[in-house]
Design a protein around this ligand. Structure first.
Ligand code: MSP
Length: 503
């Protein structure tokens, strides 16, 4: 089956921070997991390069918007391999191929009669690049998303998208598809936004040059959000030379987004697609904020955790693990360097790292580096029963933290098993050779299964570990306890998560 997952495309007016890495890592976990299931996966991320915030940032820095976009898009693009993220394409909205497809699709929306000229006056946030509705305005006309940032009164003559006409089709969509937006709290939020009544929205900007030219009125460029949203479709048109991937991958299986951009994705986007005679995505998953010192981590608040520092110190897998583990995906939660360090030591180094090194060392020491042929312990088999299916079902619903917890319970179970069986005692007694065989075989098999399941979260570590276990196959079918026969040759490994020097 085709599986198409996207992240938001990131603004290039600032450098990447942990918030951007966060969504991207989650999407990568899904993409890698689906590949292990043998699905046909397409994973898209990229940069959102047009619009006022970028034009303003460029002006401040004395460069052209394109120069700023090139410089910062390169930083986002470079972030992906550093995060070990396996995106199939990286879209940049300044790409002329994207521009041409945006023009074609929005021309169709126009020709379908959903666009008109009108004038609009309202409170506008230059950071959000968005006019605010009454309940989106904070005290003294400030932005609620950018806490206290003053809004500007703006009025302009623009092309409008007749969003209000889609009120009923959107209500129908939300009634027919109760899982269109996950989690449920975000579904309800989107639905009540629609129920309050939809105003038409401005589709173009007259005073801005940095954008996609409106084909029927070249004095205007498209409002950046319409140009940006369309990336999810346009990328499929040109990511592979000469192939139109929309036939395979549209509608998208999942758009992953943060809750800051819910309205655009859960309300405007399906309406725009309907207006363009395109199918709406299957589902959207809206995650929460990573908070730092109690507030949303953001460039403008100056409280960002630098993902590059964290990776330098602890490695990419540790960062990936921390992001998916510490804050339940879908909810808000605080992150801090101190928490990161604690998780690293208690869970990665002490639980997974020790389990791996103990298991491999005992196989080398007591059985010459060969996994015994004995049948694995049925007592442990029960703890692994249905595990892969549960993990797959959770990931079908983007429950990335819950799925990781399921797997981690088994890491802990295996550590307890080591203590219960005390293989070093069994090794002292010739008569217990059979028991030792069963114990070591069971540990090797359990460790292999958790490594296959953990692979999407900590890909480099598990690749090393499965190699050392002599069983590199990542197919999810292999995540069944007992799926590998005994007899594999194992090798010792350096510590997977070395204790780090104090900062
Ligand atoms: N360019 C728009 C999105 C257009 S999509 C068609 C945009 N860009 S952004 O650079 O501001 O990135 C927003 C996204 O970054 C959020 O939706 C979320 O995925 C991620 N995050 C940014 N800060 C975050 C946190 N502090 N916590 C969690 N995710 C955060 O909006």
């Amino acid at each position: 089956m085709a599986f198409y997952v996207t992240t938001p495309i990131y603004y290039v007016n600032a450098a990447p921070h942990l918030g951007h890495a966060y969504t991207t890592i989650a999407a990568d976990v899904l993409a890698r997991h689906m590949r292990q299931r043998g699905e046909d996966v397409f994973f898209l991320t990229g940069t959102d390069e047009h619009g006022e915030p970028v034009a303003q940032a460029a002006e401040k820095q004395g460069v052209t918007p394109k120069e700023l976009a090139d410089r910062n898009a390169a930083r986002f693009e470079a972030l992906m391999p550093q995060l070990d993220v396996t995106n199939d394409f990286f879209i940049r909205t300044s790409d002329p191929r994207h521009v041409a497809h945006v023009q074609e699709i929005l021309q169709r929306v126009h020709d379908n009669g959903h666009v008109y000229k009108g004038s609009y006056e309202g409170w506008y946030c230059t950071r959000c690049a968005d006019f605010k509705t009454d309940n989106e305005i904070g005290p003294d006309n400030t932005c609620l998303i950018h806490e206290g940032f003053p809004l500007e009164r703006e009025s302009e003559e623009n092309w409008f998208f007749a969003l209000s006409r889609f009120q009923e089709p959107l209500e129908r969509l939300y009634t027919e598809r109760p899982d269109f937006v996950l989690p449920a709290v975000r579904f309800n939020e989107a639905r009540s936004f629609i129920a309050q009544g939809l105003d038409d929205v401005s589709l173009s900007r007259a005073h801005l040059r940095w954008g996609v030219e409106v084909p029927w009125d070249p004095q205007h460029v498209f409002y950046v959000w319409f140009d940006a949203l369309l990336n999810y479709v346009t990328a499929l048109k040109f990511a592979r030379d000469g192939a139109d991937l929309t036939t395979t991958f549209w509608p998208a299986t999942y758009h992953l987004i943060g809750k800051d951009i819910l309205k655009f994705h859960c309300v405007y986007w399906p309406a725009l697609l309907m207006a363009a005679d395109l199918e709406v995505p299957r589902r959207l998953f809206v995650h929460g904020y990573l908070l730092s010192e109690g507030r949303k981590m953001s460039k403008s608040l100056g409280n960002v955790l630098d993902p590059f520092d964290a990776m330098d110190k602890f490695g990419t897998d540790a960062l990936r693990f921390y992001c998916m583990r510490d804050v339940s995906f879908g909810q808000d939660g605080s992150v801090s360097p101190a928490d990161f360090e604690t998780r690293y030591e208690t869970e990665l180094a002490n639980e997974l790292g020790n389990l791996a090194s103990r298991t491999l060392a005992m196989l080398v020491r007591y059985r010459d580096g060969t996994v015994p042929e004995a049948d694995p312990d049925p007592a442990l088999a029960g703890d692994f029963d249905g595990l892969a299916e549960r993990v797959a079902a959770l990931l079908d619903d983007v429950q990335v933290t819950a799925a990781l917890e399921e797997i981690w319970q088994r890491v802990r179970r295996l550590n307890r098993y080591v203590e219960e069986r005390a293989p070093w005692q069994l090794a002292k007694d010739e008569e217990k050779a059979g028991e030792l065989d069963v114990t070591l075989r069971s540990l090797a098999e359990g460790l292999r299964v958790v490594a296959v399941l953990l692979h999407p979260y900590v890909p480099a570590t598990t690749t090393k570990l499965l190699g050392a276990l002599g069983s590199p196959d990542l197919d999810l079918e292999r995540a069944r306890y007992g799926a590998a026969a005994g007899g594999a040759a194992v090798a010792q490994l350096d510590a997977l998560f070395p204790k780090t020097p104090a900062p």
